[in-house]
Design a protein around this ligand. Sequence first.
Ligand code: ADP
Ligand code: MG
Length: 259
Amino acid sequence: MGELRIEGLAVDVAGRRILDGIDLIVRSGEVHAVMGPNGAGKSTLSHVLMGRSGYEVVAGSVTLDGTDLLALPTWKRAEAGLFLSMQYPVEVPGVRLEPMLVEALAARGRDTSVVHAALASEAERIGLAERLLDRPVNVDLSGGEKKRNETMQLAVLRPRFAILDELDSGLDVDALRACSRRVADATDEFDLGVLAITHWTRLFEQLRPDVVHVLAQGRIVATGGPELADELERSGYAAWVTEAPAPEPAVDPFADPLG
Ligand code: ADP
Ligand code: MG
């Protein structure tokens, strides 16, 4: 039984407070949903947990079974058992999937002889065409294929805790069902603990959350059972958002440069 523990986490980005005291404990085998409107800080939370640069942790702690994750570089957090499925998976030209997974498992002292067969069977289970397995990681894959690819990596690596940042974005109904069911199965097969970040409840048709948290304006403003997700589906986030979020910086490529 493991535990991912976030306590009093406060984070600044570019001098602005984005996360303002997050407390959250995910135990092995549990699924916690973090739901919130655009700009709430959901991706910021996922990036800070995994150690992406550009975020300043100004208070709080994150531990995995007592290990201080914030003191570790990203690859050591992964070794400790943390996995991130990114909202927008990056392409990694020049790096093939299978050798990458072999290296990752070897670094954890795990059996790597099973990777080839595991990839083939997980690809079939998740519905990713086998010919795509030879591509460099995520290169020239569609949005949905990238998400299936990330989920397949999760299944092969068998991390202890997975953060899913909008696993549902860019997925059609069938792909969403395949990916979310695979993650749900992982909670039974290897006791995976899940932090599922999203603003849609459709992710939860297969991946039933044990606990639902509402993140708004950098804080967890409500915590409840699955019924909280249903309530959000009906009434939206308006009850928890007291002011309009800061506008996303946007550049209109068709704007007249002379105004
Ligand atoms: P969500 O994933 O919930 O939509 P994000 O965590 O992506 O929200 O963003 C939260 C807030 O932080 C937004 O106002 C966003 O503009 C801001 N933000 C995120 N990353 C950066 C960055 N690298 N530089 C400046 N502002 C950022
Ligand atoms: Mg986001």
